[in-house]
Ligand binder design. Sequence first.
Ligand code: MTE
Length: 319
Amino acid sequence: MLIRRAPMFKASEITDYRLYLNRRQFMRGAATLALAPRVAIAGETTGVPAGKALSATKSETFRVADRPTPFKDATTYNNFYEFGMDKEDPARYAHMLKPRPWSVQVDGLVHKPKRFDIEDILRFPQEERVYALRCVEAWSMVIPWIGFPLADLLGQVEPMGAAKFVAFTTLKDPEQFPGQKPNFFGGSAVEWPYVEGLRLDEAMHPLTLVTVGMYGQVLPNQNGAPIRIVVPWKYGFKSAKSIVRIQLTQEQPKTAWEKAAPQEYGFYSNVNPSVDHPRWSQATERRIGEFMRRKTLMFNGYADQVASLYAGMDLKKNY
Ligand code: MTE
């Protein structure tokens, strides 16, 4: 998620997985000589027991057959710019985020606005769904997420007829998110708070998941604890982490990435192998843990379920 206007970055600087592995090996060696960056274990200092188990019914319907990405990779190679722009920053600084107490305000164009405590959220029947998450940087992971359809949550607040969009807002607190500090080393790529959005019909689609866990446990902080969204047919940046507000609106929300680089990151951002990013191809991807690149599938493999949402739309224009 690098942007064209930042002169300090080049497309070639997007961390390739091989490079990342080499760097990890180097760091492992360096750790014996100097202070290694501390990789926090979720919950170490946050009041949520580290790796606390979370039970969920395994979904037979929502389950890609591919082997899940190793937990270690899914929790140490992340995009979460609130912790910094390096792939290792989220794991390094994750211990600063306190996922309890936590609540999510659901409001805007709804009949029954409500603040849901995380305990209320955890009372929804949780399901384990195995989705691939395709990052816009042309890599992907397969993750057994735990959550429930966003439609179930929105049903409780009763959207008004005028509601057309849903905006998701991540916590803004530089004390917990060092990447939000104005003087953070490396600067910020986006304006805080991080805001993402969906059209209401996308938000109500059964694939769109309110997510509270992964790999049988509560979400690690670096993956968006305690509550995030996962939208598997869109590029990963649409899946906002650590959210505190869900607002229903009439107007299309201005998202953080659209504000930062509108020519590169559109509102829709559906996974589409035939619409390239201005600086790289989206035709193939590197599945973390695999050596060969694989072809990217239209809508990340969910065309049968979601293509009808975009009937008649020019997906090159609405990227
Ligand atoms: N949400 C917030 N608040 N901040 C971010 O920087 N990064 C996005 C998305 N959600 C991001 C975010 C991007 S670019 C991706 S690819 C996914 O989170 C990565 O999710 P993961 O680290 O759990 O794999």
